[in-house]
Design a protein around this ligand. Sequence first.
Ligand code: ATP
Ligand code: MG
Length: 569
Amino acid sequence: MNNNEKNTEELKSGETKSLNFLEAIIEEDIKNTKHGGRVHTRFPPEPNGYLHIGHAKSICLNFGLAEKYSGKCNLRFDDTNPTKEEKEYVNSIMEDVRWLGFDWEDRLYYASDYFDRLYEWAVKLIREGKAYVDDQPSELISEQRGVPTRPGIDSPFRNRSINENMELFLKMKNGEFADGSRVLRGKVDMASPNMHMRDPVLYRILHASHHRTGDKWCIYPMYDFTHGQSDYLEGITHSICTLEFEIHRPLYDWFLDNLIETEYRPRQYEFARLNLSYTVMSKRKLLELVNDGLVNGWDDPRMPTVSGLRRRGYTPDSIRNFADRIGIAKRENVIDVGLLEFSVREHLNKIAPRIFAVLNPLKVIITNYPDGQVENLDLEINPEDPEMGSRVVPFSKEIYIEQDDFMEDPPKKFFRLGPGREVRLKGAYIIKCKDFKKDKNGKITELYCTYDPDTKSGTGSQRKVKSTLHWVSADHALDAEVRLYDRLFKNEFPDEVEDENKDFKSNLNPDSLKIITGKVEPSVKEAKALDKFQFQRLGYFCVDPDSTSEKLVFNRTVPLRDSWAKKNK
Ligand code: ATP
Ligand code: MG
């Protein structure tokens, strides 16, 4: 076992964990009645794509901490960039957070709600000589910032008078300047070893319509100038973000120190983002897969998006359990995607009704079974949960079993069906294979078996055989399209490419979707979109929203066992 595998095994066992570092901080703060013992977090997505499993981790963390410490968690759209954000994304994000089981109650906010306040704060900084309008193009500004080891070069506009700055900023706001021609910068520290402190840009000019403020503004605040102040306005106590923002924290604090008079301050904490093997997580890359038609939209069941996982058959419980299991860390790491699959298997095992489905049908004719007879067998829905009761499964003279449950010339260890061999049909009888038929290509097309009427399941029959097969009655089974999904990438780390002219897309798994027509037992006729089932001996499946009463469509969520773990050994 390598380290990663050892880790995965430990995480599966779900041993009780001690407090994570954020819980420890919060408990200490509560003990010291910091913020009067209040806990208030927020989840701040940028509405420029659909949420993915990494966001789900952040949602579980922020809403989870609020829940645990009787606090509150806000949903806040970080919509400072008018050009990339769309209403569709806002709606999908709300749907996904709710589906995961969290509630922001009446605390839905948009950073754009604060544009007026932010503008006033920018004016305050100008008045106090702490911000200036720079007329230089952005390339020159970056060039002058230089490198961390040497101080940067001051802009020639750094020492403009307060009056001139006030006038120019007003003109920026009034739309008198072209996009990119000027910016407002904080006068912080051009010699700081932290590049974010070298006179950061606070406002840029963008003549673009905003999904909420329309054409009211043609200057927009930058993320850094928005985030901490938004936290402040909402009374956030613990502002939790991912590690890449650690280096922004001094700036987060600089703005609050220079703008806020009250003693109350939100404080930023950083944790390691979730990375998953066999998965790309950045919204930019996910958008590329959608736009290039490499997947069927954001909710393609192969996508690591919350909507993709939902359509794949994941449950909110399984995602929350996964987030809980992996916990939070302060250092970057990669979690085995097998652990996510384990979590959904574990939950579906408890809740999914069992049914019979045959994906590669082989017809079996039971020669001594009466013509036209049908027995309605009562079969258990879920052995893990007897309260789920039973279902009726018809049995008749002609049935289907899986092609690979029969071998013409089976090796010793193969206990399923072969000439002269016996198996039990689950919930029905023991049958014996007497003969078979092949087509001209050598493919087995039909089996001829006899059944033993004294071996009916549930009647106390003593006879035991080594193998039990699932089956469906040929006359009663329904056809179903079955979409066999597999991992979207064949490479454990999709961003690693051998050839520098290639990118992550060259690591797509060509076999990530196989569509077949199978046979399912008739009890699923009325199943609704996203209903989940265990196809016995095969895996977990759910009804795709494309499914209709004329044409059933199922998605494979996961096979019963982790086939990738074996492959990699
Ligand atoms: P991406 O880099 O995937 O596009 P992002 O960080 O730009 O994501 P945001 O919408 O800004 O996406 O993120 C909203 C919140 O979700 C932020 O607090 C961010 O830190 C958190 N988040 C984003 N990706 C992850 C991840 N992989 N693991 C944990 N939290 C994440
Ligand atoms: Mg972002």
